[in-house]
Design a protein around this ligand. Sequence first.
Ligand code: FE
Ligand code: CA
Length: 513
Amino acid sequence: MSTRRTFIGRVAALAAISQLGSCALFQPTRFDKDPFTLGVASGDPLPDGAVLWTRLAPEPLTGGGMGAGAIDVEWLVARDEGMKEVVRSGTYRATPDLAHSVHVEVGGLEPDRLYWYRFRAGGAESPVGRTRTAPEAGTLPRSLRFAFASCQNYTQGYYTAHANLSREDLDAVLFLGDYIYEGTARGNIVRDYSKRGWSFTLADYRDRYAQYKTDRDLQAAHAAFPWIVTWDDHEVENNYAGGIDKDDPHNKFAILERAAGYQAFYEHMPVRTPRPQGPDLKLYRSVSYGALATFFVLDTRQYRSPEVALCREPEQAPSGYCPASLDPTRTMLGTEQRGWLLKGLGDSASPWNFVTQSVRFAQQDSSPELGKHVFDGVDNWMGYAVDRQLILDRFATTKNPVVLSGDSHVNFVYDLKKDFGDPNSPTIATELLGTSISSEGDPFVEQTQFTPPAKNPQLRFFDNHRGYVRCTLERTRLTADFRAVSTVRQPTATVSTTATFVVDDGIPGAHRA
Ligand code: FE
Ligand code: CA
C-alpha cells in the first residue's frame, strides 16, 4: 500500500544504492540490541499525511552501529493507539549514506484527525508515536492548539519542559532552532556529552544529535505531536551567517562543516524537504491549517549576508544602527526566500499568518541613556534592517501577522511598529518570542516584567524562566500561555503559566488576558 510519494522515495533510495554499488542489503533476522534508541517522530503535517521519522542506531553515541549495509524498515499507520486498525503500511529502505534514517512521507490519510504509527526492523519494534493531520484546505477548524519552543542545550538542563510539553493537548509543536549545540559543555553543567569535543565532521554532528535524541523526555514530546522544525545557528556553529562561497578555496572548511551540519540535521528531523545537496538544504516552506492559519517557516541562516562587526561610537550613526545594518545590499533571507515570503504573505487567504523563525525580529534599544539609541543586535533582524522593513511594509496589508521567534533564552512580547524610527508609528503586528527549553539553566534571579520600559515601549512582557509557549488559535483570537518549569537542574519539575497574552482578530498587538 505504497503511496506515490513513498514509491518515488524508494526508487530514489534504490537509485542511490545502485550508484554506491558496495551498499548491499543487510536484513538481520534479529538485532542483538534495540535499534530504536532515538525514538520516533512525525512532522510537516498535510491534510492527507505527515512525515514519519526514525533512525536505526543500536549504538547511538558511537556512529549508530549499523554497519555499511542497507536495511528495509516496515512502517505502519493505524487509527488506534493499540495499532489494531492499520490503514497504511509500507517498507522504507534505510541506507548508511543517510545514517539509516527513515523519512516516510505517508499520504492517503483523513484530514484533521489523530493517527498512531510505529516501525519494525530485524524483529525489533519501535515505540508507538502519535501524529495529527492538518484540516482540509478551505475548512475552518474550531481551534488550533500548538506550542513553540527553542534552544535545548543538553548540558545546561534536563528536559523537564519537554516532559511537560508532551502532556499538553496540542495539534502540533513548532521548534525554532538550536535543537543541538555544536560545542563543548559550558556554563552551569548538569550533564555532559559522552563525546565532548566541538562538532566539525558528519560523524561528530551525528553523535551529537543522537545524544540529544536519547533523552526520554525529548522522545516523548516527539512521539506525542507532529513537529514543524527550523534551525538557528548552533545546528552548525555559533552565529554563523551564510558564509559559504563555493568558489573560494580558503572557505573549503566552512563548506564541509555546513554540509555536515545540514546533513545530520536532515537525518534526525521529521522534515518534508529534499535531502541535502552538499552544503545546501532548502528548509523554508509553509504549512497551512485549513482556512485558519498559515505558518511561513523561515531559514534565517543559510542565505544571510555576513554579520556586521559591532560598531561603537563614533562610527555609530545617530539612527542607533551600524551603517552596514541599513545597507540595502545586505539580506537576512536571500532574494529568493524573501521574494517567496513577501509573495506568500501577499497572496495568503488565511485570517492568521505566522512568520515562524529563529531570531528576534523587533527593534530593541540597548542604550542605557535616554537620549541615545543603540540597536546593536547584529545576529538578529536589527543587523538586517532593510529586509525587516520590507516584511513590515508587507505586514501592513497582511491579515493578523504574528512573528514567532526564539534564540534569546528569555520570553518577550513585542508590538511590531510600521516604522520603528517613529515613536508614533502604528503597531501593525505582534512578536511572541519564546524562552529556551534548557539553555542557560535555571535563572539566578527570577524576573517577570509587564510594564514596558521607557526606552522600549514596544516591549510588553519580559520573563526569564525556562519553558515553552502554548497557543490556542481561534478565528477571532490567539491566546498565548507562557509556560514555565520550576527547574531544569532536576530531572522532574512542575509547570505553570507565568502570563497569558491575547491577540484579537484585526487588532495588532498583544494584550494581557
Ligand atoms: Fe540558543
Ligand atoms: Ca541561537
